[in-house]
Design a binder for this molecule. Structure first.
Ligand SMILES: [Zn+2]
Length: 342
């Protein structure tokens, strides 16, 4: 049986290569290794799953409950396959994603084994068996790529390089991942490609100036939406603190958690709170570690950015004086300017 499968795989590989040649495409050479080579490279479980189409036990793999930000690649050939922001909690006991990192990194095969008709998913580069895809996933694709942990290797996301000065008009939005109040990963660059954004950086739900500003921003949420904009407010607060803030001030727009301060650093807004200020905060009952769930004692300079769908900053405002906040009308005017609707 193994021999038959291997022959089929080889034929499939040759067919793909031939096809690509006819179209004049250049294809990356496929990774082809002998069984002995795969056995030497992989653990017995990885070999059984990827090269013999095995399935790991549910709730037993390394990644079914894994929530770090980063990339999942093929354990056999290293091709990047899935991003953490497309991973969701399917409850099935295997890591589940609603789409691969790119269309051409996986290949689908009809699988009629075990008396079922399923769609097998393999790595396009080395034909490693990854798992199956089912049509019962969440939006936006409605697909559930149910993948064996043993087929994957995880690479945590490197922090984007910090900036000395705040992002200014003409700068590109950096690649940063945030977390929603519900604990979902949020890809800021991807969001900016979908629609223009108004980004608010605030210090936290513990700050009365931030709360007053967040409340006032409700006034412009609808006009912004009518202009096609999405309003997002980012702070170091951890997700459950975001939920508290949204409920307390009846905010319908999206609050995002930047606990790691990766976004604030990449936007050039992060600063370390000095010891005296920390002591003073302590007297007021403000606990930055409790707010962010981290130990960095960093805060962002409050700021506002208007970003086009090309990912370029069109309007920027940052004031180190935390008591000074931009008037919502000025934010709306900046959005109107970008939308070409004064
Ligand atoms: Zn592979």
């Amino acid at each position: 049986m193994m021999r038959g499968t291997k022959t089929l795989m080889l034929l499939a590989a040759l067919a793909t290569a031939a096809c690509a040649k006819e179209k004049g495409d250049t294809v990356e050479p496929k990774v082809m290794k002998t069984d002995a080579e795969w056995k030497a490279q992989l653990t017995p479980e990885q070999y059984r799953v990827t090269r013999q189409k095995g399935t790991e036990r549910p709730y037993a793999g390394a990644y079914w409950n894994h929530k770090e930000l980063g990339t999942y690649s093929c354990v056999c050939c290293g091709q990047a396959l899935f991003l953490s922001d497309t991973k969701f909690d399917s409850g099935c006991g295997w890591p589940s994603y609603f789409r691969p990192i790119a269309e051409d990194v996986v290949v689908e095969h009809r699988d009629t084994s075990h008396g079922m008709v399923r769609t097998e998913v393999v790595c396009s580069k080395c034909e490693a068996h990854l798992g199956h895809v089912f049509p019962d996933g969440p939006p936006p694709t409605g697909l559930r790529y149910c993948i064996n942990s043993a087929s994957l290797a995880f690479h945590p996301l490197a922090a984007p390089p910090p900036r000395e000065r705040p992002l200014a008009v003409g700068d590109a939005v950096p690649a940063v991942f945030l977390e929603t109040a519900g604990g979902e990963t949020f890809d800021l660059q991807e969001a900016s490609r979908r629609q223009p954004l108004v980004l608010i950086f605030y210090r936290g739900g513990w700050c009365p100036y931030c709360n007053a500003h967040l409340s006032r921003l409700r006034e412009i949420e609808e006009p912004l939406r009518n202009l096609g904009f999405r309003l997002l407010a980012i702070s170091p607060d951890r997700p459950d603190k975001l939920k508290e803030t949204a409920e307390k001030h009846h905010l319908a727009y999206t609050l995002l958690s930047d606990s790691s301060m990766h976004a604030a650093r990449a936007f050039g807004l992060a600063f370390a709170v000095d010891e005296d200020t920390l002591a003073k905060y302590g007297e007021y009952g403000i606990d930055l570690e409790a707010a962010s769930g981290e130990q960095h004692h960093m805060l962002p300079v409050p700021a506002v950015f208007v970003v086009g769908t090309d990912g370029i900053v069109r309007f920027a405002h940052a004031d180190p004086d935390y008591k000074v906040r931009l008037d919502p009308d000025q934010i709306l005017a900046a959005a109107r300017g970008l939308a070409g609707r004064p």
